[in-house]
Design a protein. Structure first.
Length: 231
């Protein structure tokens, strides 16, 4: 099953965005430190700082090509089952939707999402606290699109976030839940397109090149595991 293929009666809301030029992105840098995280006050200050930062992702998927330097990675797994038909009001699909909206599927040993829980999903700015080898990096993203809909075969919900200026990556990532009405199976699909972004120092860039694939694959695998465990 391709979770990204279009379905009937789907609604996809897209946030208004303004892409940054490379020179603008260079004016920002990810906050980082070693051995400890960030206080609530610090996180609040940084959320305010990123609120008006521009995205660094082309707003057409056709521009996210390998020729333009983008890599692509995706995963999909069965995370739940419920009776056939449309999702139950309190069933696994609806519960999994809440897990996605609250960013609870992310393993906090690798990435923690910080954001204002009162903010609407579409257009929500988030700080991703990336954790690797004792280092903590704060990188901004913004939810640029929300997809929701159904047809006779399946129901789907998900969203895409885009990187903001100063992120160590430049790209976007989709998180899509799909329920198959015939089988009752609920799948989570994650699809990312990215290229290196802006790093606060040269050794962070070297380290990213060496370990990013390992952490990316671990994060994807654990995301599916966490959704199953949280339902």
């Amino acid at each position: 099953m391709n979770a990204e293929s279009p379905i009937h009666s789907v609604h996809e809301a897209v946030a208004a965005t303004e892409e940054s030029e490379a020179s603008a992105a260079e004016a920002f840098a990810a906050e980082w430190r070693f051995g400890r995280g960030f206080s609530d006050t610090e996180l609040g200050d940084w959320l305010a700082k990123i609120a008006k930062r521009p995205v660094t992702t082309p707003q057409t998927s056709t521009a996210l090509t390998s020729e333009a330097g983008y890599s692509h990675y995706g995963s999909e797994a069965l995370v739940a089952s419920e009776p056939p038909g449309r999702p139950l009001p309190d069933g696994p699909f609806v519960l999994a939707r809440g897990v996605l909206e609250r960013y609870e599927f992310s393993d906090p040993r690798i990435v923690v999402g910080h954001f204002d829980r009162r903010a609407p999903l579409l257009g929500r700015s988030m700080l991703l606290e990336l954790k690797v080898l004792g280092l903590h990096y704060l990188c901004g993203v913004r939810v640029g699109a929300v997809r929701e809909g159904h047809d006779e075969r399946r129901t789907q919900f998900g969203y895409r976030y885009d990187t903001l200026a100063g992120h160590v990556e430049a790209g976007s990532e989709w998180f899509l839940l799909t329920k198959d009405h015939e089988s009752g199976h609920v799948h989570l699909g994650i699809r990312a397109a990215w290229r290196p972004g802006e790093f606060p120092n040269w050794w962070s860039r070297v380290g990213f090149h060496l370990v990013s694939r390992h952490y990316q694959r671990a994060w994807h695998r654990l995301a599916h595991v966490r959704v199953r465990e949280l339902l």
